[in-house]
Design a protein around this ligand. Structure first.
Ligand SMILES: [Zn+2]
Ligand SMILES: [Zn+2]
Length: 190
């Protein structure tokens, strides 16, 4: 194993969850379910019930760094997770990812591929993102591979209506806060 990869894995909280055996995991690192390449775990500091993370077992920096078949596996798992939230919570979900590339962070809490899952009734992409960053709307998360290949950090945001946005973000930003800000505006006005 390459030295750099070894360093990342020892140092990486998500690798520690992935590589610790079930009995050695802390309660907050409980794995809800897993597939060959991915694990679904509760999100730390969850501010709504059901907030969770979907992460790669391998130390990869972002979803775009996954191969095609792993992305398809991930898409299959996302479909199941959506069905779960629909059935149990009667809610849709927002998915987002701070896609780090190399040592560059795009506001990512951890440089290891992970999608944030947020069950919510709120629909709409945070206004602050639409106003301040260039973006494209994509049909398939496989497009994220281009961002990884060209070394471009990004912020991926999938709305509750399943529309998929990729923001060209190179600064730290707090998506949870942006979603809350929009909701505050809608409820109490500007
Ligand atoms: Zn890792
Ligand atoms: Zn994150």
């Amino acid at each position: 194993m390459e030295l750099i990869e070894r360093f990342h894995m020892d140092d990486c909280k998500l690798c520690n969850i992935a590589h610790n055996s079930h009995g050695n995991r802390k309660v907050q690192d409980t794995v809800i379910c897993e597939t060959e390449n991915f694990m679904w775990t509760p999100g730390l500091g969850a501010f709504v019930e059901g907030y969770s993370l979907l992460l790669s077992k391998k130390h990869l920096l972002n979803t775009g760094a996954l191969g095609n078949s792993a992305i398809e596996e991930l898409q299959g798992l996302i479909v199941k997770i959506k069905k779960f939230f629909q059935k149990v919570y009667k809610q849709k979900i927002i998915l987002f990812e701070h896609g780090s590339v190399g040592d560059f962070h795009s506001g990512g809490c951890i440089s290891h591929q992970h999608l944030h899952i947020l069950p919510t009734d709120i629909s709409g992409v945070p206004e602050i993102l639409l106003k301040n960053f260039e973006y494209e709307i994509i049909n398939d998360i496989k497009v994220l591979r281009e961002y990884d290949q060209f070394g471009n950090p990004y912020l991926y945001y999938e709305n509750t209506d399943e529309s998929k946005y990729v923001f060209k973000v190179d600064v730290c930003c707090n998506i949870n806060l942006f979603i809350c800000m929009d909701e505050v505006k809608r409820t109490v006005g500007n």
